[in-house]
Ligand binder design. Structure first.
Ligand SMILES: [Zn+2]
Length: 327
């Protein structure tokens, strides 16, 4: 097995190449594992790497984390960046964990909200713990739901990846936030949230300290952001109240998205600041992106996304769905 994190010398985009990944392709729905073979169902703990951390209720785990069996990057690799002229490659150092989010095999948004809250609490704890490894510059949480979104197991699970370098996209976000701060003396994410609330057309709902909205320039049709009122660097910094609000908001938003998109696959990502950076830079927020389209040449050629749904219309459809949802 070999793995490397290489940077495109022209675009600055990064790629992880891990030879082990080749053998793993998301199964088509008819080949998805049932409960009997599911490695994430209770009783099958020996089918996964050992538990690193778990949340328990009544003496049984309700969420548990372990190392990814086919990791993109591993903590055991030494850290080294090799630069040869324009070519930069880092060794395969990093973190890649799987978080099984609930004991039940069914979709998380059909389960009581406590399951989502415990799953997000475990994510926060793992991110906090991984911070101790100062070699990791960027820590991000994400979840794939549905094979079109890259999920290789139907059992609800999320992942955390830790990278030894700040990738191009995260670096650009950090730079934009810093430039905004220098120019205006204000925090960019706070200004975005205040602007959205003032405008109102793209707001879906407010749940405690979390606001759900359709972003001004969505990369994906029906993209939804969940934004906390207080700007903090990472999901690791979220308060108990924010995790609880986020759980309710994520479940509500995912249920509404399922109604509007006919249960399309989606990705959820918690974006945040590079580790150890100015906390007034990027603040954490969660993005839900339904996978309704495959990307094509335009995206590859220009980096510009193309789709057919204005966020003002998406917000209107989603508000209708929220009104119809019977939790
Ligand atoms: Zn299962």
């Amino acid at each position: 097995v070999s793995r490397e994190l290489r940077r495109d010398p022209l675009s600055g985009d990064d790629v992880i190449i891990a030879t082990e990944r080749v053998v793993e392709r998301p199964p088509s729905p008819e080949h998805a594992l049932g409960r009997e073979q599911c490695p994430f169902c209770p009783g099958h703990e020996s089918h996964t790497p050992p538990t690193i951390q778990a949340i328990e209720r009544d003496g049984r785990w309700v969420a548990r984390a372990f190392a990814n069996r086919r990791p993109a990057l591993v903590v055991e690799d030494p850290f080294r960046i090799d630069v040869d002229g324009p070519f930069q490659a880092a060794t395969g150092l990093g973190a890649h964990e799987v978080l099984v989010e609930c004991p039940d095999h069914g979709a998380l948004h059909h389960q009581p909200v406590e399951r989502t809250a415990d799953a997000l609490d475990l994510a926060r704890r793992r991110l906090h713990d991984l911070r101790g490894d100062r070699r990791l510059r960027v820590l991000q949480w994400y979840r794939n739901h549905g094979s079109a979104a890259g999920a290789s197991q139907p059992h609800p699970h999320a992942q955390i990846v830790g990278l030894p370098v700040v990738p191009g996209r995260v670096g650009r976000m950090a730079t934009r936030a810093r430039d905004w701060l220098d120019r205006t003396g204000r925090v960019l994410l706070r200004d975005v949230l205040e602007g959205e609330v003032r405008d109102g057309r793209r707001i879906l709902f407010r749940e405690g300290p979390i606001t759900a909205l359709c972003p001004f320039a969505p990369r994906h049709p029906y993209e939804v952001w969940l934004v906390p009122s207080e700007v903090r660097p990472g999901l690791a910094d979220a308060t108990d109240e924010e995790v609880e609000g986020l759980a309710v908001a994520m479940r509500r938003a995912v249920r509404a998205l399922a109604l509007v998109t006919a249960d399309a696959a989606y990705n959820a990502v918690a974006l945040g600041a590079p580790e150890g950076e100015d906390p007034r830079g990027i603040g954490w927020h969660l993005r839900l992106s339904p996978r309704l389209l495959t990307t094509a040449g335009l995206e590859d050629a220009t980096g510009v996304a193309l789709h057919a749904v204005f966020p003002e219309d998406a917000a209107s459809d989603l508000r209708d769905a929220l009104g119809r949802d019977q939790p």
